[in-house]
Ligand binder design. Structure first.
Ligand code: SF4
Length: 285
């Protein structure tokens, strides 16, 4: 059986940087150089990778636990954080290791500027994204909680089209869906609407090649975690092209009937899927 790993899969640059920073800091911890390292939320949307790093000493906390910490190190992951997290860290003498992805930081800056611009003339920042998603919380925080988050066409009704609208997107949303939502908003608001396409191409640029890859194999094993939004999106692309595509977390989810009669198996994954899980799967297959 031919087993091939999709060369495009594996961590995106934002996640590579966050994991590298974590490992470097954990190594310092081993020599007794610094106190324990905390991270707000899963360092990456992959529970096996989270478990690997937690075994090395990383402590995953939530925002409530973060508020109680004093005099320690906290890593901000690639999703970014709202300004309130930086303020709290400063007030509580917490050393911040900022692994926010530069793409997200730039988007935060654009949103801050748009919010300031609208303060004088009126209007609202609108973000196409998943409500409650960590990146979206960080983006809304740039507007003091004022931005409107929309996740589907029905939510467009909440927009006041008598005033200016500046539209952005969460970086990992589906490009085609964003474009279709932006078209409707432009039709409704006309000149009052400004659209910023802020989708990270690390995901959408993979789609054409992923379609080819999914078509080249009898079976596709797509390795990801339910928490990964780009994982669900990229898996849907595989499923569209190849009916025998399966969403799995690791080798443990592979059942013999999935591979029945298959001469070639393609392994792919999300931007949060570590290569070591895909290699382990390939070896075991
Ligand atoms: S998907 Fe893009 S924006 Fe998100 S962490 Fe990766 S590189 Fe950064």
């Amino acid at each position: 059986m031919l087993v091939e790993i999709d060369v495009q899969s594996g961590f995106c640059t934002g996640v590579v940087n966050a994991i590298r920073t974590t490992e470097e800091e954990l190594a310092k911890e081993k020599t007794g150089y610094a106190p324990s390292l905390h991270v707000i939320g899963d360092i990456v949307h992959n529970s096996l990778e989270v478990a690997r790093l937690e075994k090395k000493g990383l402590v995953t906390i939530n925002h409530e636990q973060f508020a109680k910490l004093r005099d320690c190190r906290v890593l901000f992951r690639a999703h970014g954080e709202p300004p309130s997290s930086y303020e709290m860290a400063k007030a509580n003498r917490i050393e911040v290791l900022d692994a926010s992805c530069p793409v997200v930081l730039y988007l935060q800056q654009q949103i801050r500027e748009a919010y300031e611009e609208l303060k004088t003339g009126g209007g609202r920042v609108v973000i196409y994204g998943k409500k409650g998603h960590a990146e979206v919380e960080g983006l809304v925080g740039q507007t003091n909680g004022d931005a409107l988050v929309i996740d589907n066409e029905d939510d467009i009704e909440q927009i006041d089209f008598t005033k200016r609208v500046i539209l952005f997107s969460q970086t990992t949303k589906n490009l085609e869906k964003f474009q279709s939502i932006a078209t409707i908003i432009l039709q409704r608001g006309g000149d009052l609407v400004t659209v910023h396409d802020t989708i990270c191409r690390k995901v959408s640029n993979r789609i054409p090649e992923l379609r080819k890859f999914a078509g080249q194999h009898d079976v596709i094993l797509f390795v990801s975690d339910e928490k990964s939004s780009n994982g669900k999106q990229l898996y849907a692309v595989c499923k569209e092209v190849n009916e025998r595509s399966y969403f799995i977390r690791s080798i443990d989810d592979v059942r013999p009937e999935m591979l029945e009669g298959a001469n070639s198996v393609g392994i792919s994954g999300a931007t949060s899927t570590p290569v070591w899980i895909m290699e382990e799967l390939k070896n075991k297959l």
